[in-house]
Ligand binder design. Structure first.
Ligand code: HEM
Length: 172
């Protein structure tokens, strides 16, 4: 099964045409976003009976999603496009069973992401200095550290307490 699905699934990358403002357009143009999504769904599907095994990867992706404010409502839209892309690639009359299996698998995977992200949103709001949604920051200082590295020091536009940063925090 893996040998049949993998090539079909790989060909889906270019066919997933999501055009949200939140997507990094350079990554989309180069197909990186579609590849990352397809690879992650594929890897999750291969561990569908024991998603605990890939929880660390799910958490990393969820941190990225949380930083972008991805919501549960957006999952079905991504799912529809993904399934449409798989259908397009398979385009065989006998593919109903495969499509049903991928639809079910996507739902299970999406639920794991939605739950993990809900937990992250809750934690970030409840932590000391935390908040929900987006806050505006301004660049306070820019320091050229080397020929290829520049540090940007940000401070909140409105006076407020800030939570402690940890290495998985992502700025958008
Ligand atoms: C089960 C479903 C999903 C999976 C497996 C998935 C997987 C991924 C992966 C692997 C990345 C790259 C992470 C990184 O660069 O560190 C990513 C990034 C991203 N995802 Fe998802 N995703 C899913 C659903 C969604 C949904 C519903 C949205 C909302 C429209 C979304 C929007 C994004 C965006 C905007 C990025 C960053 C893209 C960029 O900066 O180039 N994802 N996702």
């Amino acid at each position: 099964m893996e040998q049949i699905l993998r090539p079909a699934f790989m060909s889906c990358y270019l066919k997933i045409t999501l055009n949200y403002l939140i997507f990094n357009h350079a990554n989309q143009k180069q197909g990186r976003q579609q590849t990352a999504l397809a690879n992650a769904v594929y890897a999750a599907a291969m561990h569908i009976d024991n998603l605990e095994e890939i929880l660390d990867q799910v958490k990393l992706i969820s941190h990225k999603h949380r930083s972008l404010g991805i919501t549960p409502k957006q999952y079905p839209i991504v799912g529809e496009n993904l399934i449409a892309a798989i259908k397009d690639v398979l385009c065989g009359a006998d593919s109903d069973e495969i499509i049903d299996a991928w639809t079910e698998a996507y739902q299970i995977i999406a639920n794991v992401f939605i739950q993990t992200e809900a937990d992250l949103y809750r934690k970030s709001e409840k932590q000391s200095g935390g908040w929900k949604g987006f806050r505006e920051f301004i660049v306070d200082r820019k320091v050229k550290e080397s020929g290829v590295i520049t540090s940007f020091y940000l401070k909140p536009k409105m006076e407020m307490r800030l939570p402690l940063l940890n290495p998985v925090n992502i700025l958008v």
